[in-house]
Design a protein around this ligand. Structure first.
Ligand code: UD1
Length: 417
């Protein structure tokens, strides 16, 4: 994946075509859900991401086998010998708590470190645990670990106080092998939930309603291996659209599902971009001058929190003031400080940020504080005058497959060192 720093010389309008990879937030739960199957699963053309490597290590630590054949990832969970996700693993990647559902279903027991605070908020797992309890799981907590045990999962009616993506996925996986029918109400509606349901159904599961607020899962006694290709990464696609928009570019994306990007496309049109949708392509033509527009992050189909930082970077170059309200996570503005180092005028007031544009962005030494904050800095740097050096690029590698090479391919002056 290259060196630890990304170096960008800004000022080049992006022109050409970028191929979007498989979605990080779809492939992680799909890899974990392979634990439900007693025979191997093949994930076709899986994205090459640091987070994929980490989740494979998690599965290996449980006794499953993971291996690549070309660009396809195989997961063989015919034998599972451990049922613990350690503190070290959960700290490294929060998505590792998704092993709870499959391990409860396969082993009747799981022990996981309870996630503490992270860079973007406290992110508790109470909704996951409440749902499991309704399905006949006993919980005990000691020394920062949760031990969950069951004599057999049974279907239940579960109402989520908030449509949590992870809780919906975890409960859907457990319910797939439970006795009886589970109904998840106020479920998350993200496209990645639909992808996971399709994957489980290809293994022999019976899930209906994924993509709506009510998901019904009829438990089956066994799931078996299948082949699956995950959906395109809507956040990766959205990030490249922002990069094109901020540089005055003319860019085509291949392998995208426009429907998944509706709120992002709507905003880009509002700020002055022309967007044309093809079958599996999107073309963006940026205006000479961007106008400012407000956003408020919301669960799908609202504007994604995972695009908030990149949009903030874009708004630094727009004419006028924009208000950015973050409602999904409580502490997700750390990129604002780094963007200020590049000359941005941003004020934070609780869960809102006000960007006064247009700012004159200038290259600087900045650091990625999380994955999407890192993407925001790349976007700002592409439009800035001069030379930007981004450190902590490990975060960017977590979720962007070959970012530097893809941007070089459309004219950006970007290198790794
Ligand atoms: C997933 C995505 C992440 C995205 C987020 C919101 C993956 C691997 N990650 O994260 O990129 O930003 O959805 O779209 O798919 N919450 C609780 N209790 C719980 C669970 C969640 O209070 O038991 C709260 C969280 O603290 C947060 C909000 O719900 O404020 C959203 O979290 P959730 O939807 O669960 O996000 P993740 O699944 O962690």
């Amino acid at each position: 994946m290259g060196g630890d720093k990304i170096i960008i010389e800004g000022g080049v309008p992006l022109k050409g075509t970028i191929n979007v990879s498989g979605a990080k937030n779809a492939v992680l739960p799909v890899i974990v859900a392979s634990l439900l199957s007693s025979t191997p699963c093949r994930i076709i053309d899986a994205p090459q991401l640091a987070d994929v490597e980490v989740i494979c290590q998690v599965l290996e630590s449980l006794g499953a086998k993971t291996y690549w054949v070309g660009k396809d990832l195989y997961v063989d969970a015919s034998e599972i010998s451990h049922c613990e996700a350690s503190d070290e693993i959960v700290q490294k990647m929060r998505a590792s708590i998704l092993v709870m559902g499959p391990l409860l279903a396969r082993m009747g027991k799981v022990r996981v470190s309870q996630p503490g605070g992270c860079a973007i908020g406290t992110r508790p797992i109470d909704l996951h645990l409440k749902g499991f309890e309704a399905m006949g799981v006993q919980m005990s907590k000691e020394q920062g670990y949760v031990t969950a045990q069951t004599n057999g999962l049974r279907g239940a009616r579960i109402y989520l106080d908030f449509p949590s993506v992870g809780a919906t996925e975890n409960l859907m996986m457990a319910a797939a092998l439970a006795k009886g029918t589970t109904v998840i109400e106020n479920a998350a509606e993200e496209p990645e939930i639909v992808d996971l349901a399709n994957f489980i159904n290809s293994m022999g599961g019976r899930i209906r309603g994924a993509g709506t607020k009510i998901i019904k899962i009829e438990g089956v006694s066994e799931l078996t291996g299948c082949e699956h290709q995950v959906i395109p990464d809507r956040i990766e696609a959205g990030s490249y659209l922002m990069a094109a928009a901020i540089t005055g570019g003319d860019l085509t994306l291949e392998n995208v599902i426009g429907d998944h990007l509706k709120p992002v496309i709507a905003k880009l049109v509002e700020v002055g971009c022309q967007i044309t949708e093809g079958d599996s392509t999107l073309h963006i033509l940026a205006p000479q001058t961007l106008s400012a527009a407000d956003i408020k992050t919301l669960p799908y189909p609202g504007f994604p929190t995972d695009m908030q930082a990149q949009y903030m970077a874009l708004m630094t170059r727009a004419q006028g003031a924009s208000v950015i309200a973050e409602t999904v996570f409580e502490n997700r503005f750390m990129h604002a400080e780094e963007l200020r180092r590049m000359g941005a005028d941003i004020r934070i007031n609780g869960r809102s940020a006000v960007v006064e544009g247009p700012c004159r962005l200038q290259g600087a030494m900045v650091k990625a504080t999380d994955l999407r904050a890192g993407a925001a800095l790349v976007i700002a740097a592409l439009a800035a005058e001069g030379h930007t050096e981004i450190s902590n690029t490990y975060y960017i590698d977590r979720g962007y497959d070959n970012l530097a090479a893809k941007l070089q391919g459309v004219g950006a002056r970007i290198t790794r060192r």
